[in-house]
Every structure is written in structure tokens, then in C-alpha cells.
Design a protein around this ligand. Structure first.
Ligand code: IPE
Ligand code: IPE
Ligand code: MG
Length: 261
């Protein structure tokens, strides 16, 4: 007998944009781009080749998200935990992200996309990258299309620690602290919570991504490795999201008038 818990492979056919219900699009989709190393290893290549191959996936997903009219796309590019990797890989990833910014920001800007960065600007991030980040923010700051957030040197716990520090520095009395206070001190207080978080490569965890913001997100996991991921896979994730019933702790149907905020 088949093991009750045995999971079918989470490979889902790609979906065309035209197949989505345009009245039920998420405003914000966040993606954990995972599986670059395994993609390379399967081909007998060094892990870094997997990161390089991830660029095409990222660009296709950015254009796809923008074509779909998403307001916000957030991608997890480098976590506060990724410093644990071998120095050569970390160095490669820093250079790779810098090159990506340099070579792609004009196209991104031409599509009216506003870029922003979520993460810590600590001493470990090379100054050169911070400079590229600042230039990119400046270049795209007045764009009115999709907001593309790069989570870079990002950790959900780090973001909450930084929020707490900033609340203490602002001398907010304890009695005045509520969820709105915490949100107001996150990296981007104006960013809506992602309705949908997609993770590639078959791992079933969030790995410290958007801890506060994704508290009620729909999670979609796929076995597709990041370098193989394309806009059709993003749309497949959105199609799955459109099948979900979101209850937020309540019951199906319209909220009762006694529900408190
Ligand atoms: C994701 O791919 C990229 C980053 C975390 C920077 P990985 O490098 O984690 O690839 P796997 O998970 O080892 O296959
Ligand atoms: C999460 O992937 C971070 C990014 C995609 C940038 P990891 O590969 O670092 O996560 P773990 O190690 O599987 O939790
Ligand atoms: Mg990984």
C-alpha cells in the first residue's frame, strides 16, 4: 500500500498568463530562489554555475510578474545565514549580484520598475555593492510600475531585531506598542504582506524569509530548481493560490460585524 504520507512530486505544469483569474491576482508575490547548487551538481558543474544560470530565471520571472501586473515582487537573493558558506562561494555571490545590478538595472528601469533592497547594510557587505544598491535606488526611485524588492543580506529575525532597536531608539513607551508599531519599523513599512510565497527546489521551509510579513501567506512549494524556473512556473503558483480558501482564522463567508481588528 502506498504510504499515506508519501508526497507526489511537486511538479506542476506551467500556466499561461491568460489562464489566470485576473480578478483574483495577488498584489505581492515573494519567491525563495533555491536549488542553484543542486542544479549545477546534477550537471557535474561547480555550484557557482548554478547561480549564474539563475539569472535567466530571475529575469524571466521579473518580466512575467510585471506583465501580469503584480504590484510587488520580492526575491530572496542572499540570507543572513548564507555567510556560513565557503568564502569562495560568498565572494562569487557578491560579485554576481553586483554584476546583475550593473547589467540589468537599465532594462528594469526602462520597464518602470522601482527597485528596493530589504536587508542589513552591515560591514560584511562590500562597499562596492552598497554603492551599486544606492545608485539603483536612485535610478528607479520615481518609477510607478512594479516594486521589485531584493532581499539581500536579509533575515526575518534580523529584521525584527532591527525593528525592536528602532522602536527603542524612538523611545516608544511599551504601552503604545502594538502590531502597527512593529510594522512601522520594518525595512519597508509601506510594503503589503505577500499573499503568496513560492519556494523552489523541494525544500519545505521558509529559511528566515519575511517572518512578520508572511505570517498569513499562502505557501506554494515546487520541486523545480531555481535555474529551471520560468514565468509559467510563477503563473502556476498563482493559479494554485487562486484555488486556496483564505480564512485568516475566521470562517468561510463574510466576516461578522463583531469581529475585531
Ligand atoms: C539558492 O541556491 C541561492 C542562494 C541561497 C544564494 P542554493 O545555493 O541554496 O542551492 P542548493 O540549495 O544548494 O541547491
Ligand atoms: C534560502 O535558501 C536563502 C535564499 C534563497 C537566498 P538556502 O539554501 O540558504 O536555505 P536553507 O539552507 O536550505 O535553509
Ligand atoms: Mg539552498
Amino acid at each position: 500500500m502506498m504510504d499515506h504520507w508519501a508526497e507526489a512530486n511537486r511538479y506542476v505544469a506551467r500556466v499561461e498568463l491568460s489562464a489566470l483569474d485576473r480578478t483574483r491576482m495577488p498584489r505581492h508575490v515573494a519567491v525563495v530562489m533555491d536549488g542553484n547548487g543542486r542544479w549545477a551538481q546534477r550537471r557535474g558543474l561547480p555550484r557557482t554555475e548554478g547561480h549564474a544560470a539563475g539569472e535567466e530565471a530571475l529575469m524571466d520571472v521579473i518580466w512575467g510578474a510585471s506583465d501580469a501586473g503584480l504590484g510587488w515582487l520580492t526575491v530572496y537573493a542572499f540570507s543572513t545565514e548564507n555567510w556560513k558558506r565557503p568564502v569562495d562561494e560568498v565572494r562569487y555571490l557578491m560579485g554576481f549580484n553586483e554584476r546583475l545590478l550593473l547589467t540589468r538595472r537599465d532594462e528594469i528601469h526602462a520597464r518602470n520598475i522601482r527597485m528596493q533592497f530589504l536587508g542589513r547594510r552591515d560591514w560584511r557587505v562590500p562597499r562596492r555593492i552598497l554603492r551599486r544598491i544606492d545608485e539603483t535606488l536612485e535610478l528607479t526611485r520615481n518609477n510607478t510600475g512594479m516594486v521589485l524588492s531584493m532581499a539581500f543580506n536579509y533575515g526575518g529575525r534580523a529584521e525584527l531585531v532591527d525593528a525592536v532597536k528602532s522602536i527603542v531608539e524612538a523611545r516608544v513607551p511599551a504601552s503604545k506598542i502594538n502590531e502597527k508599531t512593529i510594522r512601522a519599523h520594518l525595512y519597508d513599512p509601506s510594503m503589503p504582506d505577500p499573499e503568496l510565497v513560492i519556494r523552489t527546489s523541494g525544500e519545505l521551509r521558509t529559511s528566515n524569509f519575511l517572518m512578520w510579513e508572511a505570517a498569513y501567506s499562502e505557501l506554494v512549494f515546487t520541486d523545480v530548481l531555481w535555474p529551471d524556473f520560468r514565468r509559467g512556473d510563477l503563473f502556476a503558483g498563482i493559479a494554485e493560490f487562486q484555488q486556496r480558501k483564505r480564512r485568516f482564522g475566521g470562517l468561510d463567508g463574510p466576516p461578522s460585524s463583531s469581529a475585531s481588528g
